[in-house]
Design a protein around this ligand. Structure first.
Ligand code: AMP
Length: 632
């Protein structure tokens, strides 16, 4: 069956389509209904079914034919360590840690925050949660105090799992210390314990009674095996926070059964990956790609997954190519930012490693520009597949489904809708617009399995953020601009909301603005995403200073603003430029004219002034442009 036929079936008969795919996995209890759309847009998959994600990802292979096969391959370019675990060894480690969690009282439905570097133990922790039916919430180890504290407050975890430190370019990032400070800043008092992996990288203080040493706990409780706890297909497996348009991140809630079925199917359909392959997603477990394709996707499929701690260019720009050679990696999934960064270095770095095992390269997270695509295609000599998805979707929404059929590639387009996704480009009223015209990318329900169930503790915000953009029409708003061309291919044109995409990672302008407003010299600030050669989008800060600040002090304040953002949110959010202006250009209702600022800063044509901001007169926009030009 080719793409067109299979896609049609996924749309016309979703229950038959996904029901068949679910048969490949283990269920303690079979579902009563494949799909319950009665409370749309709260779609529920495999209702009545009971399963366990950890059982399907680990036990199914460890207690079967793949027992001795590699499951997890860890390579740390930061510490020079590596470790390979077979499925059986992974099974044993996950059991030991699940026994510790159980001894600490972690029960089904409770939240566990995992704030860890890219080490095998982080993945044991995720799987141990899944084994017990606890809900994990992984927080990216590059996020800092404010980001972690808001997530603690929202998820109210009983356990936090962390390490003394992660490593970034050879320097320790003191994760445990950040946990301590975040717990000070958080308001909830739900946390009973902090379990700490001591890698011997950074000093740390342990608080008696609350903080527990990983190795000691394993010694005390780790001898036992723990039966997987059957959970409802519709029970949440995890919460993953992502940036929205307010200062408060959104807690995307994933189900268990639907996610499992969609990921398992995607490994063959979308990635053409199976027995004999080695999969490497260069992402981090703190992002959705890491959840789906460092951990659950490959393991559900019984394919070894590479877990990599480090960067693409440290200690040198040949390090990724050597990892491919060392482990015979067949599939790489990375971000365009990394490709753009690697492209800058001489090709000899790539040529010095034998990367002939590589079959396919995948990219997602931000637009894959045509020159970078062409470069990767030509130098790697394998198909390069751009696919589009979001934290909310859990797996791809637009793709070139190479496992089913490699459709002709149009560089710069993530191709066509993934199975089950009824995507369309619409105008501001939600009406379909002609091919070739720019509009909003929307998804019609029922959303396929694996997509978000809701936002944690906030059904109302789920409805408001995703389903209320078009009056009288129930459409899922992706938040992105898109064009669909004559051939049905989609082209992504960036966010339609105030969300930044820095190196493929979503950051909210408001989150950053709130931190900067905390600087005593700042009266008002606006954060804008602007074009950046490597990162896709860079962070531009405009700030109005309080009157008493002397011009001579401005450089110092700019440095402090950058430092503050690094410290509070994390290095990825560090502003690329800080400019002080006399006033921020705003519309009548006080909305910052982001498009105008961006255009002026980038030197783009500003376009039709009358339509550029919803709520400003042409005169206002013109004045703002003039003032801004003077200030910048
Ligand atoms: P995140 O939720 O952090 O994964 O960010 C999702 C956002 O990244 C999407 O809404 C898009 O704006 C952008 N994005 C992801 N994949 C692509 C892609 N292949 N092409 C263009 N934009 C993408």
């Amino acid at each position: 069956m080719g793409y067109a036929e299979q896609y049609r079936r996924s749309i016309e008969d979703p229950e038959g389509y996904w029901g068949e795919l679910a048969e490949a996995l283990h269920w303690y209890r079979r579902w009563d209904a494949v799909l319950d759309a009665s409370k749309a847009p709260f779609y529920r998959w495999f209702v009545g079914g009971e399963t366990n994600l950890c059982y399907n990802a680990v036990d199914r292979h460890a207690l079967g034919a793949r027992r001795g096969q590699a499951a997890l391959i860890w390579e740390s370019a930061e510490t020079g360590q590596s470790r390979t675990l077979t499925f059986f060894e992974l099974y044993r480690e996950v059991n030991r840690l699940a026994a510790v969690f159980r001894a600490l009282g972690v029960a089904k439905g409770e939240r566990v925050i995992i704030y860890m570097p890219m080490v095998p133990e982080a993945i044991f922790a995720m799987l141990a949660c899944a084994r017990l039916g606890a809900i994990h919430s992984v927080v990216f180890g590059g996020f800092s105090i404010s980001s972690l504290a808001t997530r603690i407050d929202d998820a109210s975890p009983t356990l936090i799992v962390t390490a003394d430190a992660g490593m970034r370019k050879g320097l320790p990032v003191p994760l445990k210390e950040i946990v301590d400070q975040s717990l000070e800043a958080a308001t909830v008092e739900s946390v009973r314990h902090v379990l700490v992996l001591n890698r011997g990288l950074a000093p740390m203080a342990m608080r008696e009674g609350r903080d527990l040493d990983w190795a000691e706990q394993l010694k005390e409780h780790g001898g036992k095996s723990v039966e997987p706890v059957p959970v409802a297909s519709t029970d949440p497996s995890y919460i993953l926070y992502t940036s929205g348009t307010t200062g408060k991140p959104k807690g995307v809630v994933r189900d268990t059964g639907g996610y499992m079925v969609a990921l398992h199917a995607s490994m063959s359909q979308i990635y053409a990956c199976g027995d004999g392959d080695v999969y490497w997603s260069t992402s981090d477990i703190g992002w959705v790609v890491g959840h789906s394709y460092i951990v659950y996707g490959p393991l559900l499929k019984g394919v070894p997954t590479v877990v990599y701690e480090g960067r693409p260019d440290h200690p040198d720009p040949g390090v990724w190519w050597r990892v491919i050679e060392k482990y015979g990696v067949t599939h790489v999934f990375t971000a365009p930012t990394a490709l753009r960064a690697l492209r800058k270095f001489p090709e000899q770095w790539m040529r010095s490693a034998d990367i002939s095992s590589l079959k396919l390269l995948f990219a997602a997270g931000e637009p894959l520009d045509a020159p970078t695509y062409e470069w990767a295609r030509a130098t790697l000599g394998v198909p390069v597949i751009d696919h589009y998805w979001q934290t909310e979707s859990g797996w791809s929404m637009l793709t070139n489904p190479v496992g089913v059929e490699l459709l002709p590639v149009k560089p710069g387009s993530p191709t066509r809708p993934a199975f089950g996704h009824r995507l369309e480009v619409v105008d501001a009223d939600g009406n379909p617009i002609p091919r070739g015209e720019k509009g909003f990318l929307v998804d019609h329900g029922p959303l396929p399995p694996g997509m978000l169930m809701t936002l944690w503790n906030d059904d109302e915000r789920y409805l408001q953020s995703y389903w209320s953009h078009f009056q009288g029409k129930l459409l899922y708003m992706s938040g992105d601009y898109a064009i669909q061309d004559e051939d049905g291919y989609f082209w992504m044109l960036g966010r339609a909301d105030e969300v930044l995409n820095v190196s493929g990672h979503r950051l909210g302008t408001r989150e950053i603005e709130e931190v900067i407003s905390g600087h005593p010299a700042v009266a008002e600030t606006a954060v804008i995403g602007v074009r950046h050669e490597v990162k896709g989008e860079g962070v531009l800060v405009l700030a109005v200073l309080k009157q008493h600040i002397a011009p001579a002090d401005q450089d110092g304040v700019a440095r402090e603003i950058k430092q503050l953002v690094r410290e509070r949110i994390g290095p990825i959010a560090t502003p690329d430029a800080v400019h002080f202006v006399s006033m921020l250009p705003k519309t009548r209702s006080g909305k910052i004219m982001r498009r105008v600022i961006r255009a002026v800063y980038q030197g783009d044509t500003i376009g039709d002034l009358s339509t550029i901001e919803d709520d400003a007169t042409v005169e206002m926009v013109r004045e703002a442009v003039e003032l801004l030009k003077e200030d910048l």
